[in-house]
Design a protein around this ligand. Structure first.
Ligand code: URA
Length: 211
């Protein structure tokens, strides 16, 4: 049974989602942009923040489904955590696309500065409602948004907890930066580093009594 606190936070998140839909409709006007909002336990001690939705996420209007969802499940299996016990979201809530000139089809691209800035406040608001003990970022984009530092690099800080201040009130939270699991597909040499970081995260969660 969800607690009263959890129900209250869920209500706040649903309200934020509706407000965000209206806000982005004004900005993007006739462009067909589908918002993929976060999902999961509104009172979760752990929030996972990815980069941006891909094709499957837009089809299902849920973060981390399809191939990305499989990567996420492997990650959660190592930690021994169930998807429904955490909250999952992205730094950018729309699928950034480009047209492949050869096929004329849409493919994914990294989010640009404007998209990241448009969604920054929304991510902060989600976190301020949930107030997790720990935020896990996947890759450079959520790391840079959450540290508010465009120069920080995942190659330097992966696997090391960082104290962050979220939103205008500067609410303190701990960030645990990981490589994005998709980056391992392009750079297989990162796989061992990534797995070691996930094991570090597991030890960290055990020490904090979160596992
Ligand atoms: N799908 C998501 O929702 N986020 C990512 O970062 C990658 C795939």
């Amino acid at each position: 049974m969800p607690s009263n606190k959890s129900k209250q936070k869920d209500k706040q998140l649903q309200k934020l989602k509706q407000e965000s839909i209206s806000f982005f409709r004004e900005i993007y006007k006739d462009e067909e942009k589908i918002l993929v909002f976060g999902e999961g336990n509104p009172d979760a001690p752990l929030v996972l923040v990815g980069e941006a939705p891909g094709q499957q996420e837009v089809v299902q209007q849920r973060p981390f489904v399809g191939q990305a969802g499989q990567n996420l499940n492997e990650f959660l299996n190592i930690l021994g955590i169930k998807r429904e016990d955490i909250y999952i979201t992205n730094a950018v809530k729309f699928r950034p696309t480009k047209v492949d000139p050869a096929s004329g089809r849409l493919s994914n691209r990294p989010p640009n500065k404007e998209e990241i800035e448009l969604c920054r406040g929304l991510l902060y608001k989600e976190l301020l409602i949930i107030r997790p003990v720990l935020v896990v970022s996947l890759g450079n984009i959520p790391l840079r948004v959450l540290t508010d530092d465009n120069k920080v690099s995942i190659g330097k800080v992966h696997g090391t907890p960082i104290d962050i201040a979220v939103g205008e009130g500067g609410i303190r939270m701990t960030l645990f930066p990981l490589y994005h699991p998709a980056s391992i597909i392009y750079r297989p040499q990162l796989k061992e580093v990534y797995l070691e970081d996930v094991r570090k995260l597991r030890r960290y969660l055990e020490e904090k009594g979160m596992l």
